[in-house]
Design a protein around this ligand. Sequence first.
Ligand code: GLY
Length: 356
Amino acid sequence: MKELSVVGGGVIGLSVAWRAAVRGHRVTVHDPEPGRGASWLAGGMLAPVTEAWPGEEDVLVLGEASLRRWPDFARDLAEEGVDPGLSPHGTLVVALDSADAGNLEMLAVYLTELGREVEQLTGRAARRAEPGLAGSVRSGLLVPGDLAVDNRRLLHALEHACGRHGVEFRHETVTGLDGFSHVVLAAGAWTGRLHPALAGAVRPLKGEILRLRPRRGCLPPPRRTVRAMVEGRPIYLVPREDGEVVLGATQYEAGFDETVTARGVRELLEGAERVLPGIAEYELVETAAGLRAASVDTMPFIGELGEGVFAATGHHRNGLLMAPLTADAAVAWLDGGPLPDEVAAATPSRRSEERV
Ligand code: GLY
């Protein structure tokens, strides 16, 4: 049994804390506001395929390795008492003009070549799948394996599970690592301040996100996650079981600024209306901005930084997706075993290679 301190109580920190406590370790989570931050604002997509960009195959492989763990992770959490709300409905990417349709076709070819399950749809077939889609939708790409989870239920489930296994919560900001015997750094965009090996490696990447709810008489929300490029910007609409829709997200390099701007809200709403016109009549129930923990190569840092210090950060747009694999890796480290092979490409030591 070891003493583990986890710095950061977002989805990564809580997942590590829970899994480590289940293994019998004594765990303390340090976070002034656990269960908040970027994890509280996330869309909840578990979507390695539709987040994939050519040239980022390592991210795709890592994401898929974690997605494979998600069903067991969700089941284990539900058995702890709170179901995190894993949705099985897949993802539909739609094209609004001929350039988008061409890009979608290239994406389909790229993903098919990589052996990923995707289905190309005509505009009509896409509307049959999601009747609220605009008449202007030209084509679609259905990705049944890209799932979603209710981020807020997930956080509640993790906090509950941590509580059941005796995890202690200290509502404080950690600024130095003296006095910790084993520590996992999972402080998201702030992690770069905690260890010299991560200084400058993890940066904040601002995202604004909205929540909307259909009013009486409105067209219902989509059943599955719907994604599109609008004016060159990616948007996504992720339905929640209670009828709410999460609409995200802008992406800006803006330092640690967490202000919601009029422009951000306007871009998201205009984009969503182009895809799902009925959303204009929905109630706008929440606007928020959060900070992703971005890295230069969009890969996270998962691995030992030095004696007793483990990095679990830099998950970019994929924190929720990569939580189960990151937790497995951190617990394997704590137990003194080898890390799962799948995280080799996420090693923090790649930074020193970068500098050579
Ligand atoms: N995971 C989607 C985003 O970061 O906006």
